[in-house]
Ligand binder design. Structure first.
Ligand code: ADP
Ligand code: MG
Length: 221
């Protein structure tokens, strides 16, 4: 489902060169729940952003669903990303001026979906994450755990095969974190979505199907 070969990423700013990833080789199968661990600064977010087509590698290649995204134009890349990938970030990235329903509908604005269908689908995924009673609330009126469940609803409304989660419970207390983890496991087991998650939590990593570890941009296993 995701094949990463000899992938490296070097950030260059003026005189400074940072090797964020060095010769990463990784194959992620359909239906896997993969966790990525490693100390701060070891390249975890860089890898997730490259898998998510938000950033490009300096060398090496990545294939998603058999498609090489190398040389794809921005517009095609955005469409591919919108269709195949859902994102969940540590700090939720919700839009505070929009209510829950409108936040969840956002990914569908870039597709040809009617307003009534958008609303129906948003209600469906909000029910799935247990928040249909909060549709008219704004993000500032919700707890952190509820915000993250809204973000999960937004990530799945477009029915992506792959969910990328960067420290999804990093800003949550243990109870809310456990709820979000339960939800991710449900999306993996019941809906068969492939999940790639960055975490600092050993207990959470143990519950995933596989853990890969990084140190200084290298996979250490
Ligand atoms: N946009 C950027 N420009 C320059 N350096 C960056 C950039 N993004 C990340 N880095 C550097 O790349 C390394 C890996 O960062 P990151 O992937 O965010 O690590 P992690 O998510 O594991 O904490 C770090 O040394 C970081 O400072
Ligand atoms: Mg990070």
């Amino acid at each position: 489902m995701i094949t990463i070969s000899s992938l490296s990423k070097i950030y260059r700013t003026n005189e400074i060169e940072t090797v964020a990833l060095e010769n990463v080789n990784l194959t992620i199968e359909r239906g896997e729940f993969l966790s990525i661990m490693g100390p701060s600064g070891c390249g975890k977010s860089t890898l997730l952003n490259i898998i998510g087509l938000l950033d490009a590698p300096s060398s090496g290649s990545i294939q998603i669903n058999g498609t090489s995204t190398e040389g794809m134009k921005d517009k095609a890349l955005a469409a591919f990303r919108n269709k195949s990938l859902g994102f969940v970030f540590q700090s939720f990235h919700l839009i505070n001026s929009l209510n829950v329903l409108d936040n969840v509908e956002l990914p569908l604005l870039y597709r040809r979906v009617s307003a009534s269908e958008r609303k129906r689908l948003a209600q469906e995924v909000l029910e799935k994450v247990g928040l249909s009673h909060r549709m008219r609330h704004f993000p500032t009126q919700l707890s952190g755990g509820q915000c993250q469940r809204v973000a999960v609803a937004r990530a799945i409304i477009g029915n992506p095969d792959i969910i990328l989660a960067d420290e999804p419970t990093g800003n949550l207390d243990s109870k809310m974190g456990a709820e979000v983890m339960q939800l991710l496991h449900q999306l993996n087991k019941e809906d068969g979505r492939t999940i790639v998650m960055v975490t600092h939590n050993e207990e959470q990593a143990k519950q995933t199907s596989r853990t890969v570890r990084f140190f200084d941009g290298r996979q250490v296993q």
